[in-house]
Design a protein around this ligand. Structure first.
Ligand SMILES: Nc1ncnc2c1ncn2[C@@H]1O[C@H](COP(=O)(O)OP(=O)(O)OP(=O)(O)O)[C@@H](O)[C@H]1O
Ligand SMILES: [Mg+2]
Length: 541
């Protein structure tokens, strides 16, 4: 369907095409910039262009596709670095240099790349739509391939294949391919939803021990400027016990993203493979066109869901949702929609929920459990957590790790505030660790919380009378609390201590608390505080 541009306002362009649907993809101008329909009126159609619109003029051609923005799903996504429209950045760079200008379509998947296909069906067998027909090895994962149509298999490939050719041909003549397109805004139905039962081990003691997250759950990390959101997310991306990580850099600094990529290329996971081989990166950094940012999150979550539906544990990390919401606000104001709170569109909450609710655990047709967990950073301006984006995220998230500016200033990292953070999964997670790791996990957790609470209560007294003015028992408590904070809750991401297994975590807190209990007992037996403290310092090494 062809027409022309009637007006241009930044990245919002009106065209005279009729009969399109909301979110249909449109190519704009001689450069064929891609965009999607965001507003329809009788006489005109408004298109949000995903790319830089400099140099575009009224009267240039526009072409509607009658199909929404889709992503290509098939083997070859893992290890990829894509922009918000799922164009591989290395191919874009080859085509247009380091700075993205109007570019033509680039294939997201390499259709000529060779894969070794192992079928699990035979010629002559019946397959149902959505049934497994075989798999290829993609890195360390078995990439399952499913039939897109039902019928009797007349031909079936085996051994070396490429995606450009059909994997199988049905008796009806229908061809089955190893890849397909999927509209980014439509959740993949993929199997039955299941409750989240297994914890996601992040290796961060504060999270795993006090505020566990389950596989399939959603956590948000709100934090002011420089409180450690990016470092925390990247550390979790390195160590989380999931099969795959999908990392979306959303409006954050380009150099941080470049750092992440080179680091992931060098760092190895437990099995000695570069981390990039279990990661998909979607980059829409602050120096890239803003308009694709809104869709980048949907592009990424669709790829994450695709692998989840094969029965893998996928972790989705976004940094930061605030930049995403700002893109949404920009688009909404260009459309002259009635603004809601702080200028964000009134549908901010429902748009956020529409991708957050795509997290969860599903059971695949073959009985495997796949999960999609999300950890989303939010950067509220001025660390004001009552602002609309943080509040909207809170409504959908199961865990909340609030990063505290004061803790960050005192170089306590991760700066997770232990009094204001929470996890709705705490009970389930603790139950799991009690069964699988240590019987006394819940008791230690309770003691740890008590120590921190009592320290809080005593802190005001200390401000008035000083440490020396405290009673001996209270002084011991203050020392124990300091050890909990300094040795247990803080973890430097740039040291050996960046990852702590649940076993190491429980041993460490057990040591600190036993030490404290011993000191209390010695005090009761009449030993001098100074001697006890000296002894426990020696023991702590
Ligand atoms: N876990 C950590 N271990 C050690 N240092 C840390 C840790 N987290 C943060 N830092 C320090 O704090 C600095 C700022 O962290 P980071 O860039 O992650 O903050 P941010 O919240 O993402 O900031 P912005 O709001 O600007 O994006 C880092 O450069 C690092 O020096
Ligand atoms: Mg950051």
């Amino acid at each position: 369907m062809k027409g022309e541009i009637t007006s241009i306002s930044g990245a919002t362009v009106s065209v005279d095409l009729r009969g399109l649907q909301l979110y249909d993809r449109v190519y704009i101008g001689h450069a064929r910039l891609s965009g999607e329909v965001v507003h329809l009126e009788q006489e005109r159609t408004t298109v949000q262009v995903f790319e830089d619109t400099h140099g575009l003029s009224v009267g240039e051609p526009a072409e509607g596709t009658r199909a929404p923005l889709t992503v290509a799903l098939g083997p070859g996504l893992i290890g990829g670095i894509f922009d918000g429209l799922q164009r591989p950045l290395p191919s874009l760079q080859q085509q247009s240099g380091a700075f993205i200008r109007g570019t033509r379509e680039v294939d997201s998947l390499d259709l000529q790349r060779k894969w070794v296909f192992t079928p699990c069906k035979r010629i002559g067998e019946q397959v149902a739509a959505g049934e497994l027909i075989g798999s290829v090895a993609e890195g360390h994962l078995q990439h399952s391939l499913y039939a897109s149509h039902a019928g009797e298999l007349k031909k079936l490939a085996s051994g070396e294949i490429c995606l450009a050719e059909p994997l199988a041909v049905l008796a009806t003549g229908e061809q089955l391919f190893g890849w397909h397109h999927w509209p980014v805004r439509r959740p993949r139905s993929g199997g039955r939803k299941r409750p989240a039962e297994r914890p996601l081990i992040t290796g961060q003691r504060c999270i795993d021990f006090l505020f566990p997250l389950m596989k399939g759950g959603v956590a948000i990390i709100p934090g002011g400027f420089g409180t450690g959101k990016t470092v925390l997310e990247q550390t979790i991306a390195k160590f989380a016990d999931t099969d795959l990580v999908v990392y979306v850099g959303c409006g954050e600094r380009g150099n941080e993203m470049a750092g992440l990529l080179s680091e992931f290329d060098e760092l190895k996971d437990a099995a000695g493979r570069p981390l990039l081989e279990r990661t998909i990166v979607v980059a829409n950094t602050s120096n890239m066109p803003v308009a694709a940012r809104e869709s980048s999150i949907f592009t990424a979550v669709t790829m994450a869901e695709y692998y989840r539906d094969m029965g893998y544990d996928v972790l989705f990390l976004a940094d930061s949702l605030s930049r995403w919401a700002e893109a949404l606000r920009e688009i909404s104001s260009a459309l002259e929609e009635i603004p809601g709170e702080e200028g964000y569109p009134t549908y901010l909450g429902s748009r956020l929920a529409s991708f957050i609710e795509r997290a969860g655990v599903v059971e695949t047709p073959t009985g495997k459990l796949g999960s999609l967990s999300m950890i989303l950073a939010v950067s509220p301006p001025g660390a004001d957590f009552s602002e609309p984006v943080t509040q909207a995220c809170l409504r959908s998230a199961g865990a909340f790790y609030l990063l505290d500016t004061n803790l960050a200033h005192s170089r306590h990292f991760p700066a997770i505030n232990w009094t204001q953070s929470y996890s709705l999964f705490a009970k389930k997670g603790t139950g799991f660790f009690r069964e699988q790791v240590a019987e006394n996990w819940p008791q230690l957790q309770r003691r740890c919380r008590e120590i921190l609470q009592q320290e809080d209560a005593l802190r005001e007294v200390v401000e008035v009378v000083g440490m020396e003015g405290l009673q001996d028992r209270d002084r011991l408590l203050m020392y124990a609390a300091e050890r909990v904070r300094r040795d247990f809750l803080s973890q430097n991401s740039f040291s050996e201590d960046a990852f702590s297994s649940p076993q190491q975590t429980v041993e460490l807190i057990d040591r600190i608390i036993s030490n404290y209990d011993q000191s209390l007992q010695q005090l009761d037996e009449g030993r001098l505080l100074s001697e006890i403290l000296k002894g426990s310092c020696d023991a702590a090494g």
